[in-house]
Write a protein that binds this ligand. Structure first.
Ligand code: HEC
Length: 118
């Protein structure tokens, strides 16, 4: 299990970073805002802001345990019991193997801690 493998899964395979990075005119700003969140999705359910997935202490995932992250990623349920709305694809992500999930979490924890964009 390596950060590199997690990066591959979170990138081209499961597209976590595309949704969880703010978008500019050229698409997701992966070079400068990787994982910072803030992209707004509008749909029939209302609008949802993609959360920050960096280890930022206030805005990011620093306070979640690995177990809490796993439940959020595969079941769409936060530690406070609240359920996520679309388009977070947790039903699809539930198919990830335990090892792949560990690699993704390892990778997220390796990201540069960035604040949520304004
Ligand atoms: C199609 C876009 C999309 C993709 C792909 C996606 N997410 Fe999400 N994710 C979201 C949105 C939007 C939310 C917020 C849902 C809500 O608040 O109801 C979310 C919520 C989360 C949360 C909860 C964070 C928090 O603090 O509440 C985590 C953790 C997360 N995603 C991790 C991931 C990981 C890891 C992957 C890839 C394996 C991934 N997401 C793929 C859009 C996406």
């Amino acid at each position: 299990m390596t950060v590199k493998y997690g990066e591959y899964l979170a990138g081209p395979v499961a597209h976590c970073m595309e949704c969880h990075t703010p978008h500019g005119p050229q698409g997701p700003m992966l070079d400068t805002h990787l994982g910072a969140g803030g992209f707004v999705f509008n749909g029939p359910w209302g609008s949802t802001v993609a959360p920050n997935l960096t280890p930022h202490p206030e805005d990011g995932i620093a306070d979640y345990t690995d177990e809490e992250l796993k439940v959020m990623i595969t079941q769409g349920v936060r530690p406070d019991g609240s359920h996520m709305t679309p388009p977070m694809p947790y039903a699809f992500l539930a198919n990830m193997t335990a090892e792949d999930l560990d690699a993704v979490i390892l990778y997220l924890r390796s990201l540069e801690p960035l604040p949520m964009p304004e």
